[in-house]
Design a protein around this ligand. Structure first.
Ligand SMILES: *Cc1c(COP(=O)(O)O)cnc(C)c1O
Length: 384
């Protein structure tokens, strides 16, 4: 069956890449090179004008009072928790509620600060934290709720904000996948007490290397993170805290300033591609993600579910369509979190067995999108 279909396919067809970073950045090649040249010629490479300007521009974009550049997204998450420890909001052993189905960085930021991750199962439709389960998981040591806007979809921030307010908890958004996602005029990063962004090259706003940022309306928190990312120092050679070195560098800041004005247009194209996939993929064995009205989904990833996930991935590969799994193993089944291995998290475990991410990026052409749709629809039904 697969062979017959292959014979019908045009021989000259090229693979549909999962994400071509080269093509993403080629659109701005001249501006990126000019920005790099500006930094090279400036003689200022760490904590200069480019970082300050990017922080102002990114805070304005998110609608927060502050943005503080960091070395990467994991550090941005960890530095918020670290700052709250320094501020006396958290003590060792306090619990942080986190989605069980997330990238491991969400967990690492918690344990790096002597805090306990409490994994909570997702809503099976939205893939994000289930507020009812969060409410039930709050215990005497719970201090923070850390929603993850997984795959680019905003978590239920109204419900989670209500729980945090009623229970007196801090709300830290892991917004690494959701740049610009917006609901009722509020963007990812502006719902919680603080948020962390990653500008890893593959993210919706990607640097050309590692980069991240913390955003917040809290002046004191911003000041702590600003000091902690720079050896715990506000005044050179004065160190009231044991900080780290996790600064956003001038070069990455200058490159991000080129790309930031284009994020919303890119996200609109992602939404258009998501709509095409929604309308075009009609295979009974492939469950599609919910189409979210408005702008609450930034479609970092388009993740389908299939009971025969590995067979589907192999079929797509045969049809010249690249795909990936986000993520193959949940954090509580990683050796790094052996103490959580006994937890029963069946929804999360099922998700990790069934999810498959289709190609998604603003540079996909309509023809490539159609090739993905055709490849999905020709998946032999008996395999599903
Ligand atoms: C990418 C990512 C991070 C970590 O960001 P880095 O810049 O790679 O350190 C954290 N959380 C989530 C959900 C991510 O997708």
């Amino acid at each position: 069956m697969a062979t017959a279909l292959n014979m019908l396919s045009p021989v000259s067809r090229e693979d549909v890449p999962f994400l071509s970073l080269r093509e993403v950045n080629a659109r701005y090649a001249d501006q990126l090179k000019a920005a790099a040249a500006r930094v090279i010629d400036s003689g200022r490479y760490v904590l200069g004008d480019e970082v300050a300007a990017f922080e102002t521009e990114f805070a304005a974009y998110c609608g927060t009072r502050h943005a503080v550049g960091t070395g990467n997204g994991l550090d941005a998450l960890a530095l918020v928790l670290r700052a709250w420890r320094e501020m006396g909001e958290l003590v060792e052993g306090d619990e942080v509620i986190v989605p069980a189905n997330t990238f491991i960085a969400s967990f690492l930021a918690i344990s790096a600060n002597g805090l306990q991750p409490v994994p909570v199962e997702p809503d099976p439709v939205t893939f994000t934290l289930d507020p009812a389960r969060v409410d039930a998981a709050v215990g005497p040591r719970t201090r923070v709720i850390m929603p993850v806007h997984l795959y680019g979809r905003l978590a239920d921030m109204a419900a989670l904000g209500e729980i945090a307010g009623r229970r007196g908890l801090l709300l830290l958004e892991d917004a690494a996948q959701a740049h610009g996602a917006r609901e009722h005029g509020v963007r990812a990063g502006a719902f919680g007490h603080a948020a962390a962004f990653s500008f890893y090259p593959g993210k919706n706003l990607g640097a050309l290397g590692d980069a991240g940022a913390v955003v917040t309306d809290d002046d004191q928190l911003a000041a702590y993170v600003t000091a902690l990312r720079n050896y715990g120092s506000e005044v050179k050679y004065d160190h009231p805290m044991r900080g780290v070195n996790s600064r956003l560098d001038e070069l990455q800041a200058a490159l991000l300033r080129v790309k930031l004005p284009h994020v919303d247009a890119d996200t609109n194209r992602r939404r258009e591609i998501a709509r095409h996939y929604q309308q075009g993929i009609v295979h009974p064995g492939i469950a599609l993600p919910e189409l979210v009205p408005g702008e609450a989904h930034a479609w970092h990833l388009f993740v389908v579910r299939c009971a025969a996930r590995d067979a589907l991935q192999a079929h797509l590969r045969d049809q010249g369509v690249q795909s990936q799994v986000h993520y193959p193993v949940p954090p509580h089944h990683q050796a790094a979190y052996a103490e959580l291995a006994h937890r029963s998290l069946p929804l999360t475990e099922q998700m990790h067995r069934e999810v498959l991410s289709l190609p998604m990026s603003p540079v996909l052409t309509d023809a490539q999108v159609q090739q993905v749709i055709d490849a999905c629809n020709t998946f032999p039904e008996q395999s599903a």
